[in-house]
Design a protein around this ligand. Structure first.
Ligand code: BGC
Length: 812
């Protein structure tokens, strides 16, 4: 395999790795395979091994601390990156992330997420790329190449079939061998082949009866022996549940630590004859190889000795964002004509939701909201703003207007130390405690400080987290009690719902004292100590009809109305799946009312994954803006004003829940059967003969294209297109391959290639694409191998799945 051929430099590193391995005793080796804390492996100074540090991923590099005190660039969501259909851009994103990782002392980025968009309800949909394995593999491989060119490792995750969140620790996903090969394994295989990743992360779930951290067949036989993967295999956090079955199943590293199934338990298992030291050596070899590659092992020359040229993170975040926006409808409203007055409407236009929740969270140093972006881009006096509707019906972490710090005390009330707590969310992992504070002495943590509201009215306060809390607002105790849960996800404090405890009348501009005290009780048997809780808050809920009326008046007074609609943190996040695809709150009513008042209504959808847009034919334009990252507002202004084209194409079909062919994410008796087999995404929509709201590959620009000519030489396709519009533009030419004799067990068409071209008005350009052999193969479950299906295939050059422009045929 091209991607796994060892180079002379690899061989030199292998010699250092072997020498280091030979110098280790069993106990040290076993210790090296277990996290020493939340994010790192232990150092072994005797062999010159530094601690290997890992961090999430995928849109930024959070680093080892969970706080906005340690900010990171936040790029657009992975769905957005995939919507660019541009591997070269994904590679540049990877290089930026390597640069960020190096600054933070991180050796391995826990990314990319290459599970598939099987159901639109998947909670982490925003964190994966596409419903199509080919597109996922192309974007994923480029991302991995970019990160690793910067000398930083990746862990392609979550291997495999971690396509939903419900019961993610226990669910057994029952998937046919063919669907595994043709869909769920395919991106991993392509990335191993084309980017040679230095790591892989095995998932929480089981596949066909075996949990993935013990899946000897898929890890040892498929990933390593068949594909030639030579990186390290780390468990998802707390996914490893046994010592012997995990090590025999090919798991190299159990995270997080310090208490894991490896370490002393692994050494004991070898001594008891339950597993062999040779197997432990294999795992250690994989870890040492990683260390050698990233420059953490003395004597080994890292893969990258001179990091690539520095990347401007803010500029790249803005470029990716505008290239990711998918214009799905435009009845002439965009770009907004110069001189138009604009009414900007929507809570998310002011408080932008720039990223999805869960482990993918990073803390950017700044975020540019649509209001900020348009204020900067439009002439003074031409922009108005109205909230219109507030999608957040639940409380969120206390943010704007709060100035808080954390005070740590012992049982006698003596202050041990204080920590910064810039937002209402506090998350201390392992020994990452404020100076002077130790777990032994820590008894309580108090989030304390002030709140200066920007709006007068009834403010709501609440708490997310488990245990004993006392909440005081403006000198009055509002809650004193214990919060508990019956859910068994170990990360429930993190993903669970905030609980409302008080509503208080406050006046805008006045400053109020706030305190939330938590008694710390960390059970002794947890793998690592985490102190995590959140002061939650919600601004006064105004009468929704009044808000809509205000927005309608603003829209009526302007030439163009731009409504930003959004999901919330309680809708799209890790840890749970979605219940429906509706926009929360009164946002649908808001759009309809605004559209009725202004014929130039443009709707910007701020969500990481599909939502239903029941009014989509009643508005002048719809722009899908994803979670656009920290620079999203400026990128939006670029596209709305027309200084740049929106460049995105849908990486996933958008449709309503009741017509989507595959939706189920809830297991029955512990099993989630992938009964749809090969038919997910557009494969399924086509099979069912259903029409989605917007098809796979769809997206409009600001110019027009004709497709002039298609030519085939062997399996190389050449396409010529002409920009027939009046401005320079960019086109994503998509190639779909369809067997001319349909078979019920094969999708009607598959994406088999794509290329991006740019052309000036009137200019024609040619591009060539090599079709992969896989476009004509299926996985044969009898022979357990890929088989070419001979016959005639139609090859279509297309603007989208349903907008095919040129055709030719090939006989295979
Ligand atoms: C997630 C992983 C993540 C890990 C560490 C897990 O809950 O599933 O994607 O890398 O936590 O944060």
């Amino acid at each position: 395999m091209a991607g796994t051929r060892p180079t002379p430099a690899d061989q030199a590193r292998e010699e250092v790795v072997e020498a280091a391995l030979a110098a280790l005793d069993l106990d040290t080796k076993a210790r090296l395979l277990a996290g020493q804390d939340m994010w790192s492996l232990p150092a072994v100074p005797e062999i010159g091994l530094k601690p290997l540090v890992m961090s999430d991923g995928p849109i930024g590099v959070r680093g080892v601390r969970w706080t906005s005190d340690d900010p990171s660039i936040a790029l657009p969501s992975p769905t957005a990156l995939a919507a660019t259909w541009d591997p070269a851009l994904a590679r540049r994103a990877g290089r930026l992330l390597a640069q960020e990782a190096r600054c933070k002392g991180v050796h391995v980025l826990l990314a990319p997420t290459v599970n598939l968009h099987r159901s639109p309800l998947g909670g982490r949909h925003f964190e994966a790329y596409s419903e199509d394995p080919y597109l996922t593999g192309r974007v994923g491989a480029a991302y991995v190449n970019g990160v690793q060119e910067g000398g930083v490792g990746t862990t392609v995750k979550h291997f495999v079939a971690n396509d939903a969140e419900t019961d993610r620790f226990t669910v057994d996903n029952v998937v046919s061998e063919r669907a595994l090969r043709e869909l769920y394994l395919a991106p991993f295989e392509a990335i191993v082949e084309n980017a040679r990743p230095w790591g892989i992360m095995t998932a929480y779930n089981s596949v066909n009866g075996t949990t993935m951290t013990e899946h000897r067949h898929l890890v040892n036989e498929v990933l390593r022996d068949e594909w030639g993967f030579d990186g390290f295999n780390v468990s998802d956090w707390m996914a490893a549940r046994s010592t012997v079955a995990a090590v025999e199943g090919g798991l190299d590293v159990a995270m997080p630590g310090p208490t894991t199934v490896y370490g002393p338990a692994l050494a004991a298992a070898v001594r008891a004859g339950e597993t062999s030291e040779a197997r432990v050596d294999e795992a250690v070899r994989n870890v040492l190889r990683l260390a050698a590659r990233v420059g953490a092992l003395k004597g080994a020359e890292p893969v990258v000795t001179a990091p690539p040229a520095a990347v401007d993170g803010e500029a790249l975040a803005r470029e990716i964002a505008r290239r990711s926006f998918v214009l799905v409808r435009n009845e002439g409203a965009l770009p907004v004509p110069a001189g138009h007055t604009v009414a900007l409407i929507g809570a998310a236009a002011r408080d932008a939701r720039v990223l999805g929740g869960g482990s993918a969270t990073v803390f950017p140093a700044r975020t540019v909201s649509p209001l900020d972006g348009l204020t900067a881009a439009l002439p003074e006096g031409t922009l108005t703003y109205a909230v219109g509707a507030d999608p957040s019906q639940e409380l969120a972490a206390a943010g704007r207007g709060f100035a808080l710090r954390a005070v740590c005390r012992d049982a006698d009330g003596t202050v041990l130390g204080t920590g910064s707590a810039p937002s209402g969310h506090l998350q201390w992992m392992g020994d990452d405690l404020p100076e002077g504070v130790t777990h032994d002495r820590l008894h309580s943590v108090e989030l304390t400080g002030t709140f200066t509201p920007r709006e007068s009215g009834r403010h709501t306060f609440g708490i997310k987290g488990l245990g004993a809390f006392t909440l005081t607002v403006d000198g009055t105790e509002r809650f004193d009690g214990v919060q508990s849960t019956d859910l068994d996800d170990p990360f429930v404090t993190f993903f669970g719902d905030p609980v409302e405890h008080a509503t208080v009348d406050l006046t805008a501009g006045r400053t109020y004292e706030i305190s939330l005290r938590h008694i710390v009780v960390v059970p002794a048997d947890v793998p690592m100590r985490v102190i995590s809780f959140t002061l939650a808050h919600q601004e006064p809920r105004r009468d929704p009809d009044e808000l809509i009326t205000e927005a309608v008046e603003a829209a009526r007074a302007a030439d163009t109305a731009v409504v930003v609609v959004a999901t919330t943190e309680r809708v799209e996040s890790e840890g749970f799946d979605r219940k429906d695809l509706h926009l929360p709150g009164r946002q649908d009513d808001l759009v309809r009312a605004v559209a009725a008042a202004n014929p130039n209504t443009v709707v910007v959808v701020n969500s990481g994954s599909p939502v239903e847009l029941p009014w989509r034919d009643e508005v002048a334009a719809v722009l899908l803006g994803w979670f656009p990252g920290q620079e999203g507002g400026d990128a939006l202004a670029d596209v709305l004003t027309g200084t740049h084209e929106p460049g995105g194409r849908l990486p996933t079909t958008w449709g309503s829940l009741d017509t989507a062919p595959v939706t189920r994410v809830t297991p029955t008796d512990g099993e989630l059967r992938y009964t749809e087999d090969l038919f997910i995404g557009y494969r399924a929509w086509e099979k069912e003969g259903r029409t989605p709201a917007y098809p796979f590959g769809h997206g409009l620009g600001y110019t027009d294209w004709t497709y002039d000519e298609i030519e085939l030489t062997g399996t190389t396709v050449t396409v010529r297109v002409t920009n027939t519009g009046s401005r320079t533009g960019r086109e994503t030419i998509q190639l779909y391959v369809a067997p001319t004799t349909p078979a019920p067990d094969r999708p009607a068409r598959l994406l088999a290639g794509f290329a991006n071209v740019e052309a000036a008005p009137g200019e024609s350009v040619r591009t060539t694409v090599d079709l992969p052999a896989r476009a004509f193969e299926i996985w044969d479950e009898e022979s357990h191998s890929w088989t070419t299906v001979k016959g005639t295939y139609e090859i279509a050059a297309a603007h989208s799945l349903t907008d095919t422009r040129l055709r030719t045929t090939i006989v295979v």
